[in-house]
Structures are given as C-alpha cells and as structure tokens.
Design a protein around this ligand. Structure first.
Ligand SMILES: CC(C)(COP(=O)(O)OP(=O)(O)OC[C@H]1O[C@@H](n2cnc3c(N)ncnc32)[C@H](O)[C@@H]1OP(=O)(O)O)[C@@H](O)C(=O)NCCC(=O)NCCS
Length: 182
C-alpha cells in the first residue's frame, strides 16, 4: 500500500517547471493561506460553490491536519528563490457506499497562473493512484456546469464517467476499477 503520509514525487510540467507532489503537512498553514490569497473569486467559487473571502482557523486545520487514512490531501509545490510555493492541491474523503464498498469524494484547485499546464491532470492522477492502491472503487465530484476545464479534465481521463445535473451542479461519478486508463 502507498504510504500517503510520506508521499513525495517530483514531476515536470509541460512548460518545463519542476514541481513536487507531496502529502500536506500541519505546518503548511501559512503557505496555504498565501496561496489562498492569490486565488480569484471565480476560482474559489468553482471549488467551494460559494463566495469565499477567507479561511477560518478551523478550516485551515481541517485542510492541513488529515489522517491520510480516510482523508488524503496532496499539495503541489514549486521552489522559488525564497522557499516553497504551494501552486495547487487536491484531496479526497473516503466513505462507504450503500453496498459497503469504498468510494471517495474528491476536489482540487490550481493557482491561476499555473492553470492550463497539466497540473490539474497531475493532481488527479496522483490522487487516483493512491485511491486505487486502497481499493477505492469510485471517485465522486461536484462540479459547476460552466466549469469546462474540470469537466474536460474528467472527460479526458479515459475512465467511465456518469454525470447527473441536479440544481446548479453536475455530480460526476468515476469508475476507478476500469483498467484501460493512463
Ligand atoms: C479545474 C482545475 C483544477 C484544472 O486544473 P488545470 O491545471 O488548469 O488543468 P489542466 O491543465 O490539467 O487541464 C486539464 C484539461 O482541461 C481542459 N482545459 C484546459 N484549459 C481549458 C479551458 N480554458 N477551457 C476548457 N477546457 C480546458 C483540457 O481538456 C485539459 O486537458 P489537456 O491539457 O490534455 O488538453 C483548475 O482549473 C482549477 O483550480 N479550477 C478552479 C477550482 C475548481 O474548479 N475545482 C474543481 C471542483 S472540484
């Protein structure tokens, strides 16, 4: 089984940028706050489905202090002259479905100046490999109908998707047991 708590993988984005995909840590709080401040209202709305101006202490704790068992959270970092910048992240929360099988709700976010570089796909791929190693059979996500970037990312995953539009959201269910994927 993958040790998600120590997860640390180097990757190169399509523009040549070197990044690290790693497990989130409790002492990432300041860096998370910094990256949160850089996000536009639109990006935050796409992730949280409501106007979001700030993260409370409780939310910050919830985001950064996870058990890596039921909840797995990864960040993508880039080294800058002054240290490490968090440029994206994703997480899933595993739950049992009605039949007792493991499924997970997932979400992710990428800093505006790093969108369109394949980072979203990368985060999805890493969350997917951890989830699959843990025999999670399904990923579920709630996406705004106008969020073409996220919907296209999922459509291009090669995995069987089931999409249902309810009220103002698209509920996407992704079958992780399908073998013919990246
Ligand atoms: C959705 C999000 C995570 C995608 O991250 P990203 O790094 O920009 O995505 P990628 O660069 O990996 O692109 C993935 C796919 O999206 C599609 N895409 C990229 N730019 C697009 C655009 N401007 N319009 C429509 N589709 C686009 C492409 O199909 C692309 O695949 P390709 O590179 O093979 O062509 C990011 O845009 C984001 O943080 N959005 C706000 C938060 C959010 O919506 N989260 C999802 C809710 S859980």
């Amino acid at each position: 089984m993958i040790d998600a708590k120590s997860y640390n993988v180097k990757e190169t984005l399509r523009n040549g940028m070197q990044v690290t995909v790693r497990a989130i840590k409790a002492d990432d709080k300041e860096a998370i706050l910094e990256s949160f401040r850089e996000l536009t209202d639109e990006t935050l709305y796409s992730r949280f489905f409501a106007p979001k101006k700030e993260l409370s202490e409780g939310e910050l704790k919830q985001l950064t202090e996870v058990d890596f068992d039921r909840i797995v959270a990864l960040v993508v970092t880039h080294s800058t002259g002054g240290g490490e910048r968090i440029i994206g992240g994703g997480r899933y929360i595993a739950v049992k479905d009605a039949g007792g099988a493991d499924k997970a709700e997932f979400a992710m976010i990428v800093e505006e100046d790093c969108q369109g570089l394949g980072l979203g796909k990368l985060i999805f791929r890493h969350l997917l490999s951890i989830a699959r190693a843990r025999r999670i059979s399904k990923f579920e996500a709630e996406v705004l109908p106008a969020n073409d970037r996220m919907l296209n990312l999922l459509r291009k995953s090669g995995l069987p998707l089931h999409m249902v539009t309810r009220d103002d959201s698209v509920y996407v269910s992704i079958d992780l047991t399908f073998a013919g994927q990246q």
